[in-house]
Design a protein around this ligand. Structure first.
Ligand code: ATP
Length: 347
């Protein structure tokens, strides 16, 4: 089996189970994000892959070879931490050359490689600069260049972009993704930012309480979330409790025609705000009151009360005049845009 395999990995710190029996495979050359709220175990999982933490149980394999007993410095990986951990007393060139020097690279070969790496991260000619003379984004690029200096088999990054402002973060997300695609290097990034994960990844691993809730492509996880947690964590979701009814599903506040849900107990249904159709008139299956309107520029967010349910919808900005606070409107929740979690999903 090729790629990186984690098999039944558990990590306990005393009574805390940080990672709880995780099994997953990262295919060669792919970009995978470990995504989840603070404390869900993503950093611990990354640190075990890096060899900075030993699993309590389970196996880590790379290209079929067990990695558990290989020390971190022999795992042939590049790492970038949130803090970047650049050496402030060394200039840019010396920082990037550091891992090459400790492996015995000659001054001339190190110099050539540093030049190549700086070109790669689009920072040519800054070898002599002090780290303190660089902007946040430039430091980020230097840290990436240093991590890739020894052409690692695995590239691991822990919240690498979280210290950057929003605009620069988006630019760096795209740069990082393009670089990864160019090099074809297997890359695992820890983030709690769902937008970041959606932008960069081939696969997202959504984690909660030490476990994997879902591993899927970004669009699959977004359109077909495996649990209410994933639906809610990836973007916005309306989670509505429904019961089976004749020809559809009903909830306190309306009806979803054509939606099949299990008989008996309540089910939880997720529907994305952009899929909710709001019309200012008509006798649709759901009547709702506009309670708040938020201008988002490209669209407007409309907060609606339908019986006991609060529903959020997105609409085009030109429709703002039709959806003033206090207006009574009609909603349609298209059944093919609804994801049903069944009774066990509805806690
Ligand atoms: P964050 O985004 O806040 O960094 P995370 O998802 O990366 O969170 P981890 O840092 O992996 O989460 O922590 C998972 C759990 O393990 C948390 O409850 C944390 O308190 C605990 N934990 C992590 N490292 C240790 C440690 N060295 N000793 C004891 N408990 C730890």
């Amino acid at each position: 089996m090729s790629g990186l395999e984690l098999v039944d990995i558990t990590k306990r710190f005393g009574t805390v189970t940080a990672v709880d029996d995780i099994t997953l495979t990262v295919a060669d050359g792919t970009f995978v994000c470990l995504l989840g709220p603070s404390g869900c175990g993503k950093t611990t999982l990354l640190r075990m892959i890096a060899g900075l933490e030993d699993p309590t149980s389970g196996d880590i394999r790379l290209q079929g070879e067990r990695l558990n007993d290989t020390p971190a410095h022999r795992r042939n990986l590049g790492m970038v931490f949130q803090s970047l951990a650049l050496f402030p007393h060394l200039n840019v060139g010396e920082n990037i050359a550091y891992p090459l020097r400790i492996r015995g690279g000659s001054p001339a070969s190190c110099e050539a490689r540093v030049r190549e790496l700086l070109d790669m991260v689009q920072l040519p000619g800054v070898e002599q600069r002090a780290i303190t003379q660089l902007s946040g984004g430039q430091r980020q690029r230097v840290a990436i260049a240093r991590a890739l200096a020894v052409s690692p088999q695995l590239f691991l990054l822990d919240e690498p972009l979280s210290a950057l402002d929003a605009k620069l973060r988006e630019t760096m997300q795209m740069e990082l993704r393009q670089l990864q695609q160019r090099l074809g290097i297997t890359t695992i990034v820890v983030t709690h930012d769902q937008r970041e994960a959606m932008t960069m990844s081939d696969q997202i691993v959504v984690m909660s309480k030490g476990r994997v809730e879902q591993m899927a492509t970004p669009i699959e996880a977004y359109r077909k979330p495996a649990s209410p947690f994933v639906a809610d964590f990836l973007g916005q979701a309306n989670l509505i409790r429904v019961k089976r009814a004749d020809n559809g599903a009903s909830f306190d506040g309306g009806f979803i025609p054509g939606l099949e849900v299990p008989a008996g107990a309540e089910s939880l249904v997720s529907v994305r705000p952009e899929d909710v159709i709001v019309t200012s008139s008509g006798n649709g299956p759901v009547q709702a009151d506009v309670v708040f309107v938020r201008e988002m520029g490209a669209n407007i967010e409309i907060y609606l009360d339908a019986g006991q349910e609060r529903i959020v919808a997105l609409a085009a900005p030109k429709s703002h005049g039709d959806f003033q606070v206090g207006a009574r409107v009609s909603l349609t929740l298209p059944p093919d845009a609804c994801v049903v979690f069944g009774a066990e999903g509805a806690h």
